[in-house]
Design a protein around this ligand. Structure first.
Ligand SMILES: Nc1ncnc2c1ncn2[C@@H]1O[C@H](COP(=O)(O)OP(=O)(O)OP(=O)(O)O)[C@@H](O)[C@H]1O
Length: 210
């Protein structure tokens, strides 16, 4: 899904000059982007704008030909079920549910993956043995890997990952990047990763400094 950004600026803080704020640019389907940000420069705010959780900005964000400011809550619900997926910086797993229950809660909305496929993805990130453990008992790096798998358990045209690998070791980052890349290509999606510095060895269409 093509995303057109037209001159957006947050209303609740004054951002420093960057390649995102107050600029016009497009994010293309089948492409990978890195938002390389300084802490506090607004990358989580930018993701919240794209995910429809915050509309306190001037300018326009356009999905294909429609400005997202015109979407109703119902529009957002169906977009978040079938078109746009996210790993939040804070993950937002349900602590009392197991890793697998967290994933299935999302997956059952569209029955996107079978349980066998979900367990295979968890195995690819070396957390399959934790499938039946409560999320709150997992380390942050293990929770990150569960949240990544959860985000892949729906159809999507846009995948937003906010510092998704910050607590994961290099071997597992490589495995996670491979899994994410494979799913992004299958979905012909736009991948947008935010990071404070690491580039994760991904061949980006463009790196934007924020
Ligand atoms: N609800 C809010 N009300 C007022 N100011 C806010 C709000 N949310 C964020 N801010 C401010 O907006 C700026 C950007 O915050 P944001 O969380 O988007 O940054 P970030 O780049 O993701 O930071 P980090 O990398 O440290 O997580 C900060 O100055 C923050 O204090």
């Amino acid at each position: 899904m093509q995303i057109t950004i037209q001159n957006i600026t947050p209303n609740f803080f004054t951002p420093a000059s960057s390649e995102v704020w107050s600029k016009n640019f497009e994010l293309l389907p089948n492409s990978k982007y890195l938002i390389k940000a300084v802490s506090g420069s607004g990358k989580s705010s930018f993701f919240n704008f794209l995910y429809g959780l915050n509309n306190r900005y001037s300018g326009s964000i356009i999905f294909e030909k429609t400005t997202i400011a015109s979407f109703s809550e119902n529009d957002w619900t169906s977009l978040r079920r079938e078109k746009i997926s996210i790993v939040f910086q804070g993950l937002r797993l349900f602590p009392e549910l197991t890793a697998l229950e967290n994933i299935q809660l999302k997956n059952t909305l569209t029955n996107h993956k079978s349980e066998t496929e979900i367990l295979a993805m968890l195995a690819q990130l070396d957390v399959d043995q934790l499938a039946h453990k409560k999320a709150e008992t997992l380390s942050y790096g293990q929770q990150q890997r569960v949240a990544i798998v959860r985000a892949l358990c729906q159809p999507f045209k846009i995948l937003l990952l906010d510092e998704p690998f910050s607590h994961i070791d290099q071997t597992q980052i490589t495995n996670a990047v491979n899994l994410v890349s494979q799913e992004v290509e299958q979905n012909k999606a736009t991948l947008i990763i935010a990071s404070l510095g690491d580039t994760y060895n991904i061949n980006y269409t463009k790196i934007l400094l924020l």
